[in-house]
Write a protein that binds this ligand. Sequence first.
Ligand code: NAD
Length: 445
Amino acid sequence: MSEKAVMMDTVSQQAEKPAASAVQPLRKKYSVYENVTRQFNKAANLMRLDANIRKILANTMNEIVVHFPVKMDDGRLEIFTGYRVQHNNAQGPFKGGLRYHPNVDIDEVRALATWMTWKSAITQIPFGGAKGGIQIDPTQYSRSELEHITRRFTFALGDTIGPEYDIPAPDVNTNAQIMAWILDTYLSLRPPTSRQNECHVVTGKPVEAGGCAGRDKATGQGVVYIIEEWARDHRFELNGATFIVQGFGNVGSWTAQLLQEHGSRLVAVEDVTGVIYNPKGMDAKHLAGYVRHKGGVTGYKLAEAIDHPTFLSTPADIFVPAALENQITADTAPLLNVKLVAEGANGPTDPEGDEILQVRGIDVIPDILCNAGGVVVSYFEWLQNKRSEIWELAEVDQKLHKKVTEAYRRVRDTAKDHQTDWRTAAYIVALSRLERVYKERGIFP
Ligand code: NAD
């Protein structure tokens, strides 16, 4: 096309645009990994991160994509695509969950892997960051098909995972059962003499298969320990406070049950099936039982159904997003009617959403601090497996409490020192630690 033709085309497109577009700036939708990059750059600029270390941390180390065949119940063969991205292992083995969801792609997994590196650094546990998953809608498969998909994925990953190298855990739509299948497959492929020493290849296993007491509730428990600290700092009374939760799976349902123990009231819940609301409060434990049975919150008799925008604008003290990324954006942040956003999910707020919450005076406890309880207890599970120990729940909770409250204070104090928001402060805590690790070890060769 000639230059003139290009110009003509541009002009004619401009002429066709409705007048409203002149006053309403176009909002570019950023990918999840672009969000990570923007968060990273903001912190790296503010703390003047060493330029060479910045180059290393701005990239993932390894990206594994596998396509593998699985025979379905009816004899058909389907090909699945699985991912494992290993962002960094300067602090210890790669560590991070596996997600089964139709949105799983290389961009999302890169972002989730990178956040894992920061979480391990903030909580000072000897792990790096990784994440993986399969691009599927697990509701479309039978239990036996999911087992075969999981086992074949584990086989396809081969030695790219390992107990001292890269250790998966549960994430969205994966659970202790899936971890047990990964464990069994991985061990079946090892020489018999090393099978007993390698069950720390995954965490989040069932307790009977080497799992840790309290791993199931760990992420929610960590979220609640962090909210307790925030409440103490702000002289805020949790007893009688109200909260809303998006996502009522592992993280959302445990956070709700544990927050309720402080006398806080769950007034609205959204999940993939719909939204429910009851201003008098709902019993989170009873609702969790209902969701386990019915597969979602829709139809819960002790609440009324509301729509998504009404959910977001529900007046409450605390909002716990515990579902997926990019939920609090330039479009939705203005709707929120809360004092605190405690990010149980990874990446629920994008940078535009963050700016709006800041201007509106809504506190945000960022994901890489708020939901780090999961990886901390995964670390405890890994340690117990290596040492052939079994810790009591009280010991796990007490150690988790210490780890996450120390991390909370590091982030809070850094935010004060740098006069910045908590997300940027959390990044500064993580990046400073990684900078020290690289400076001490040097770069090979
Ligand atoms: P899960 O599969 O147990 O639950 C996910 C929940 O999100 C479900 O209730 C589902 O209905 C809901 N959901 C899905 N799509 C939705 C949508 N479009 N709108 C509203 N709700 C929707 O997953 P999980 O393990 O609880 O993970 C939730 C979040 O927490 C994810 O961001 C995950 O990465 C993060 N996280 C999980 C852990 C962990 O230990 N499981 C640890 C740290 C962070």
